[in-house]
Every structure is written in structure tokens, then in C-alpha cells.
Ligand binder design. Structure first.
Ligand SMILES: NC(=O)c1ccc[n+]([C@@H]2O[C@H](COP(=O)([O-])OP(=O)(O)OC[C@H]3O[C@@H](n4cnc5c(N)ncnc54)[C@H](O)[C@@H]3O)[C@@H](O)[C@H]2O)c1
Length: 251
């Protein structure tokens, strides 16, 4: 199957990002991964390309606006276009009451989960406008739609992404550029899986937090990203899609 679309996945070397890179590979996308875990790149590229992808890695520390700018310059010079982007890279902090959160943690969480997504979006839109086509998707979270105890900082960052999704969606709706977000439930990523053996009770608690009683798979998020990237998904704009087995539907 011929696919000339070029996609970007931030944080594509692990977890939800990697799961999405593999789903895009099955659809023969040319995919560029921005990440910092250089030692993982070759293995992920090989796995994706064995599925039919044309996958590339660019070291880009998303805390650096200079590296972000240079990395988009690399996309422009190497591929000449960008059709789709999944802004996903991030990490959480251990739950704690908000008054125990430090300024350093605030800067880090806002930096990776909000500012980097905004800076990437500005570069993405420039390339997509030249193209007359664009699909932008963010990873927010159930924590971007609901509050959760001990998670106020993460809640604030993920709610910010919901606001960004809605506002930016309206800015580009007439230019065939859509902006949407996915709100995953608890997903079995590299952050979570080791607990299966080391702390089975914690792992079981996480699994139980999803109404299905199990953790979600990165591929289950990746498939929704692929769907939102499609040309035929052009009328879906400014929305947040929970992929959480019903977590956001209520108790
Ligand atoms: N796993 C879950 O249950 C879950 C649920 C809801 C939302 N999320 C969100 O999904 C996204 C991905 O999480 P995940 O669970 O797949 O985590 P993960 O740790 O498996 O993957 C995150 C990736 O981001 C990369 N990254 C981190 N800092 C970076 C930086 N400064 N520059 C470039 N890349 C960087 C990491 O190297 C890693 O490859 C995050 O935004 C997270 O908040 C995760």
C-alpha cells in the first residue's frame, strides 16, 4: 500500500508513542520520532520498519526550544512536508498534595506537558499550512477531564492540553488542519509494566482503575491516532476522545 504521508510522534520510543509508531508503520507511514533515549532508537526503527513503516529518529530534547526549532528544520530539509503530528511525550510525578509540589516540578511538568506541545504545534501548523492538510493529535489523559487526588499539577497540565485542542482546532478549521486529543485510561507502558512483578498490588490497583479491569495497551491508543490522522476524519475537530474502557463515563 502506497502512503506518502509524513507523521511526527514525540516520545515515540516508548509506551503510547511507540505503540503509535508501530500502528503507523502498519499503514506504511513515513514517521519521524522525536525523543531522547538514543539507545532505544535502532530497535524501535527496526521493529516499525519490519511492519512496513519508513521510520526515522531525531534526538530532540523537548525542554529546549532551540532543539525543537532545529528538529523541525530537519523535517523541512529532509522530508519537505509534515502531514500529521502526535504530540505525546511526557512523564508524571508521584501523587502528593499540591502544597508539597516544588517549583522545579511545576517547571518540569509545564515544560514537557504544556510548553513543548505548544511550541511543536506552532512549527507543525507552519508546515501543514504549506501542505494544505494537517492532523494534530495530543495525548491528554482522564486527568485532563477529571480531577484526581494528589494529581493537581498533572491535572492542570492535562486540562491545559484540552484548552489548546479546542482553541487551535478553531484557528485552523478552514485550512483542512484538525486538532484533537486522546485521553487514555491507565495504559501498560514501560512506566507501569515493571510493577507487575515488583509491586503486584499497585499494578492490580492500576488495572482496576479502568472499568474493564485491565490496563489498556499502547496499540489501543495508536489505532485511534491512526484513525484521526486519516483524510476522511476531517470533520472530527476540537474534541477529546477518551480511550479508557469507560473510566470518564462515571462510577
Ligand atoms: N501510561 C498511562 O497510563 C498514561 C495515561 C494517560 C496519559 N498518559 C500520557 O501519555 C504520554 C506518554 O506516556 P507513556 O506512559 O507512554 O510514557 P513512556 O515513559 O512510556 O513514554 C514517554 C516517552 O517520552 C519521552 N520523553 C520524555 N521526556 C522527553 C523530552 N524531554 N524530550 C523528548 N522526549 C521525551 C521518553 O523518552 C519516552 O520515550 C504522556 O504525556 C503521559 O502523560 C499516559
Amino acid at each position: 500500500m502506497e502512503n506518502n504521508k509524513v507523521a511526527l510522534v514525540t516520545g515515540g520510543l516508548s509506551g503510547i508513542g511507540k505503540g503509535t509508531v508501530l500502528e503507523l508503520a502498519k499503514q506504511n507511514y513515513t514517521t519521524i520520532i522525536f525523543d531522547i533515549q538514543d539507545d532505544k532508537a535502532e530497535e524501535v526503527i527496526d521493529e516499525a520498519n519490519s511492519l512496513g513503516g519508513k521510520t526515522h529518529y531525531r534526538h530532540c530534547n523537548l525542554f529546549s526550544s532551540k532543539e525543537i526549532e532545529e528538529s523541525f528544520q530537519y523535517i523541512r530539509e529532509t522530508f519537505g512536508r509534515l502531514d500529521c503530528a502526535f504530540n505525546n511525550a511526557g512523564f508524571g510525578i508521584m501523587p502528593k498534595p499540591f502544597d508539597e509540589v516544588t517549583e522545579e516540578e511545576i517547571d518540569k511538568e509545564l515544560g514537557i506537558l504544556v510548553k513543548a506541545h505548544m511550541l511543536c504545534t506552532i512549527h507543525e501548523v507552519k508546515l501543514m499550512k504549506e501542505n494544505g492538510f494537517g492532523r494534530i493529535v495530543y495525548t491528554t489523559s482522564g486527568a485532563g477531564l477529571l480531577g484526581s487526588k494528589g494529581m493537581a499539577l498533572y491535572n492542570a497540565c492535562k486540562h491545559a492540553i484540552v484548552g489548546l485542542t479546542k482553541g487551535a482546532a478553531l484557528d485552523y478549521a478552514k485550512e483542512n488542519i484538525t486538532v484533537n486529543a486522546i485521553a487514555p485510561g491507565t495504559i501498560e507502558t514501560e512506566l507501569v509494566s515493571p510493577y507487575k512483578e515488583s509491586a503486584p498490588d499497585v499494578y492490580a490497583q492500576w488495572a482496576a482503575s479502568n472499568p474493564a479491569g485491565r490496563l489498556g495497551l499502547p496499540s489501543e491508543i495508536g489505532r485511534v491516532v491512526v484513525f484521526l490522522f486519516e483524510e476522511d476524519s476531517s470533520f472530527i475537530n476540537g474534541t477529546v476522545i477518551p480511550v479508557d474502557s469507560g473510566f470518564c463515563a462515571g462510577k
